[in-house]
Design a binder for this molecule. Structure first.
Ligand code: PEP
Ligand code: MN
Length: 335
């Protein structure tokens, strides 16, 4: 971290700042120029509040030269993290997989049928919401425990590990047999939830918040990892912009950006990113070629009658076609 001091900063205050920083374990490198003095801080500044330093009377500006996230940072962990689900399915470090299934688990017939179809098309994990974060309190809220029971049934039928969203930290005991726990966009900064998920040892699929920067997203991953759970998969699902033609705006550049910043696997959800079934295939292909480590795609047996997100859900036949094309372009993926 570099602290630029104001011209003619009061020496006593400079000494105070310097001894305060030293007391926190930092080494300080002073560079005194004719008109400007610069303090270079050496040490782990991730716990330092940059705004407190900026607010000091003698400080002109402060600049971080190191990112505030450590565990998620590629600088401290050069190799790609490979997230392993039950030692069966791997994501990251060259392993690419598709997670597919309905937005919401609705009935046993629905989830088992969709699970069989997506498995036959090449998906290696089954998704399905049991606790649904809906904008309207009058919209379908999910089947809750029953939804998880049905997912486990579909897992038994197909062998596909299951991915489902947690909305409340108090529900954690219900997720005991869930293979990958999803944190949805709306909970990306639910820090108490993230801290609890840091205490368990199972993969977490962390979706990007509706209006969060990549750095904020990585800081959320850091919350989970700081607790000791290193099995985090990042999922780009589109962000809010001024554009209304699509449900969200897919930030595809986030994939190669994250590849440099972090060792964690990055997947893309073209369903929530676009909101329309006909946009899923082009964005799934683009994400694959951009170097994503996987995709999450919503598939429903009867999209017009889906209880949530029907407009963006693919039929099993359409998913079949998308999966084939995705596997066909995989060899051209940027790494
Ligand atoms: C979902 O995956 O069903 C979901 C609600 O996604 P998001 O949190 O990205 O909106
Ligand atoms: Mn959905």
């Amino acid at each position: 971290m570099i602290i630029l001091l104001k011209n003619q900063a009061d020496q006593k205050q400079v000494d105070n700042l310097s001894s305060w920083l030293k007391s926190m374990g930092f080494d300080i490198h002073m560079s005194v120029g004719a008109s400007q003095t610069i303090m270079g801080l050496i040490g782990d500044t991730s716990r330092l509040d940059i705004d407190v330093i900026k607010s000091l009377e003698i400080v002109e500006n402060v600049q971080r030269v190191q990112e505030p996230y450590k565990n998620a940072n590629r600088k401290f962990h050069a190799q790609d993290t490979v997230v392993s689900v039950n030692d069966e399915v791997k994501i990251g470090g060259g392993h690419f997989e598709i997670i597919a299934g309905p937005c919401s688990v609705e009935t046993e017939e629905q989830i088992v049928y969709v699970a069989q179809r997506v498995k036959a098309a090449g998906a290696k994990l089954l998704r399905g919401g049991a606790f649904k974060p809906r904008t309207s309190p009058y919209a379908f809220q999910g089947l809750h425990e029953e939804g998880i029971r049905l997912l486990l049934l579909a897992k038994k039928e197909t062998g596909l590990p299951i991915v489902t969203e947690i909305m409340d930290v108090n529900h954690l005991p219900l997720f005991e047999d869930v293979d990958v726990i999803q944190v949805g966009a709306r909970n990306m900064q639910n820090f108490e939830l993230l801290k609890e998920l840091g205490q368990i040892r199972k993969p977490i699929l962390l979706k990007r918040g509706l209006a969060n920067t990549i750095q904020e997203w990585l800081m959320s991953a850091e919350y989970i990892m700081a607790g000791g759970n290193e099995q985090v998969i990042l999922c780009e699902r589109g962000i809010r912009t001024f554009e209304t033609a699509t449900r969200n705006t897919l930030d595809l550049a986030a994939v190669p950006v994250l590849r440099r910043l972090t060792h964690l696997p990055v997947i893309v959800d073209p369903s929530h990113a676009t909101g329309y079934a006909h946009l899923v295939k082009p964005m799934a292909l683009a994400a694959t070629v951009a170097g994503a480590d996987g995709l999450m795609i919503e598939v429903h047996n009867d999209p017009p009658h889906a209880l949530s997100d029907g407009a963006q859900s693919l039929t099993p036949d359409a998913f079949d076609d998308v999966a084939k094309s995705v596997f066909a372009v995989r060899p051209y993926a940027c790494r």
